[in-house]
Design a protein around this ligand. Structure first.
Ligand SMILES: C[S@@+](CC[C@H](N)C(=O)[O-])C[C@H]1O[C@@H](n2cnc3c(N)ncnc32)[C@H](O)[C@@H]1O
Length: 235
């Protein structure tokens, strides 16, 4: 029997309408949909976004991944998850793995794809791009990301503000994802670099509780949620 194809599907950052036609069509045609879910609470935002596009009775399988920085634990989890997906494909079934935003941008899909290529190098994989969180955020905030000869740099704030210091002299704007955990340190760095005025915090873009905060000099009343990013401009 032929093995099926795995589709890595970006479902966009929250609003179910911000999914491509190609992604929506594939979600209706595959035999099973996989979604990464936290082992802590089993929740998957990608699953929630995709759910409005699935045909009735579509089998949905959650692949648990631990919220940990331990590469060993993550590797073990992804090996198990990759085996689950490969087993399904070997039964001749086509499968989609749904992920928020774009699958090639800070996504769990990268881990899954790499691990599958290690254990089953001949697996057929197709990737469907998605609208990233920061594209949706710049639109929601009405903030231009780049024009003319300008550049922008996308970084992660998961380890704090060090990266910001490294890139800020070489770019016009910075998009910082994963700002929630080290938020205090990141705000202090923005203050020291005199960037608070040119920064916008966008939380839960396109979702219930969306928040766009511009006056960061005033601070914000509470730590932002996981789905938060910063648009930082030097102008
Ligand atoms: C693991 S990354 C996923 C990035 C995603 N693949 C993309 O293309 O945007 C998670 C981070 O993306 C950002 N993010 C994702 N969805 C968001 C949303 N709806 N609103 C604000 N930030 C979001 C946050 O910075 C969050 O910490």
């Amino acid at each position: 029997m032929n093995t099926g194809t795995l589709f890595g599907i970006g479902v966009g950052p929250g609003d179910p309408d911000l999914i491509t036609l190609k992604a929506a069509n594939i979600l209706k045609q595959v035999d099973v949909v996989f979604a990464a879910a936290s082992t802590k609470n089993g929740y998957s935002l990608a699953e929630e976004i995709a759910s409005t596009h699935l045909k009735d009775g579509m089998p949905l399988v959650r692949l648990g991944f631990p919220m940990t920085r331990s590469t060993e634990k993550l590797q073990t989890a992804w090996e198990e998850n990759a085996c689950t997906v490969v087993d399904t494909l070997r039964k001749g079934k086509d499968a989609a793995f749904v992920t928020i935003g774009d699958p090639m941008t800070y996504s769990t899909f990268g881990y899954l794809m790499r691990t599958i290529k290690e254990i089953a190098p001949d697996t057929s994989i197709e990737i469907v791009p998605g609208i990233t969180s920061y594209q949706a955020a710049t639109a929601a905030a009405g903030e231009i990301l780049a024009e003319a000869e300008e550049s922008f740099t996308v970084i992660s704030g998961a380890m704090g503000a060090k990266k910001l210091g490294e890139v800020i002299d070489h770019t016009d704007r910075v998009v910082m994802l994963k700002v929630y955990r080290e938020y205090k340190e990141i705000m202090d760095a923005l203050d020291q670099l005199d960037l608070l005025k040119g920064s916008v915090l966008v939380s839960r873009c396109g979702l219930e509780g969306e928040r766009i905060v511009r006056n960061l000099e005033d601070g914000i009343d509470s730590a932002p949620p996981y789905l938060s990013l910063l648009l930082i401009s030097k102008k």
